[in-house]
Design a protein around this ligand. Structure first.
Ligand SMILES: Cc1ncc(C[n+]2csc(CCOP(=O)(O)OP(=O)(O)O)c2C)c(N)n1
Length: 327
């Protein structure tokens, strides 16, 4: 029987194995022609939060979407087919990595325009509340997105309407290659800015899946009880380049010091969770190795499936796109 805490570790291992395998194929084959933002190193945020949602809550994200999609229970084969641009993809091959959706799982969508899904989540939450439903909407975004004006507007509206929305800021310190210290004044944190807008907010170690999960449970209880919106500022770090499968520290780009990246890699959320669980389960390392093999088979099967699928029919490529009515 897998305990709740073991399940959190398992879900992180699954996402890590899926993304590492996709990154290798992305680099070696050049068949996935979609900009792809990996969450390797950031798995605890997606897993800790999504495990605290229930199936009727909706989750939105920005471009770094695979981890929350999978953590919320999104269909893996449909995600991989989407990355290969196939009709069987979750957006029928039109969206790529950035435009994932699985409504049945409560993953309501991801989009590339920075900050775009934040007000959509506020509207969703407000609609839930107006309908008298004890459901919450969750929106994941990076520290960079908090510099979009719509972030401030969304905090304000959510606070005024007491919308049951959980704002999840994955603060990985960089907006592409621009460090947060060069973009935001020293002093007020993202949590502080949310609090100033009337939104209950806390900072949490985003590489500690158990702490994230506990904080998300508290936050979602607060939302569902009608106490209004909540923000989690989760400190974490991406290991790979902003977009694409490579590593970019210490390679001459120079925007982040190799020592900084290595210090964060040493704080791997998977290693840390396994360290905690080993106290009660000395066999946890063998279990993790078994999961790695199991999920390796699963992702290789999903890739084989995706490759066999047809591309969308060229004649139907504009289906679902806005088309002006002919005069
Ligand atoms: C409105 C808008 N401006 C600029 C961009 C280009 N852009 C894509 S990702 C990104 C940085 C995002 O940083 P953050 O929100 O911290 O998320 P992270 O990539 O670190 O997960 C930028 C500037 C965009 N997609 N949309």
């Amino acid at each position: 029987m897998t305990s709740g805490r073991t399940r959190l570790l398992r879900d992180m291992v699954r996402i890590r194995v899926v993304e590492e395998t996709l990154a290798d194929h992305y680099r070696d084959e050049q068949e996935m022609r979609t900009p792809t933002h990996f969450s390797i190193g950031q798995e605890a945020t997606a897993v800790g939060v999504c495990a605290a949602t229930d199936t009727r809550d909706w989750v939105y994200t920005a471009h770094r979407s695979h981890a929350p999609y999978l953590a919320k229970g999104g269909d893996l084969k449909a995600m991989v087919a989407e990355l290969y641009g196939k009709q069987a993809g979750c957006s029928h091959g039109r969206g790529g990595s950035i435009h994932l959706i699985d409504r049945a799982a409560g993953f309501a969508g991801s989009a590339a325009i920075l900050g775009e899904m934040i007000p959509v989540a506020v509207g969703t939450a407000w609609a839930f509340a107006r309908g008298g439903e004890a459901r919450a909407a969750v929106t994941f975004f990076g520290d960079g997105a908090t510099e979009e004006g719509v972030f401030a507007e969304s905090l304000n509206l959510a606070a005024v309407r007491r919308a049951p929305v959980l704002f999840v800021c994955e603060n990985n310190l960089y907006s592409i290659s621009s460090p947060i210290g060069a973009r935001q004044p020293a002093g007020p944190t993202i949590r502080d800015r949310a609090e100033a807008a009337g939104v209950t907010a806390v900072q949490v170690d985003g590489n500690d899946v158990f702490a994230v999960h506990e904080a998300a449970r508290t936050a979602l209880r607060h939302c569902r009880e009608g106490s209004g919106p909540y923000l989690l500022e989760l400190a974490t770090y991406r290991w790979r380049e902003h977009v694409g499968p490579g590593f970019d520290h210490g390679d001459g780009q120079g925007y982040r010091p190799a020592a900084e990246t290595e210090a964060w890699i040493a704080r791997c959320p998977i290693v840390r969770a396994a360290d905690v669980l080993r106290e009660q389960d000395p066999g946890i390392d063998r279990t993790v190795a078994e999961w790695r093999a199991l999920f390796g088979d699963e992702i290789r099967g999903a890739i084989a499936y995706a490759k066999e699928q047809p591309f969308p029919d060229v004649a139907a490529l504009l289906d679902g796109a806005y088309q002006p009515v002919p005069r």
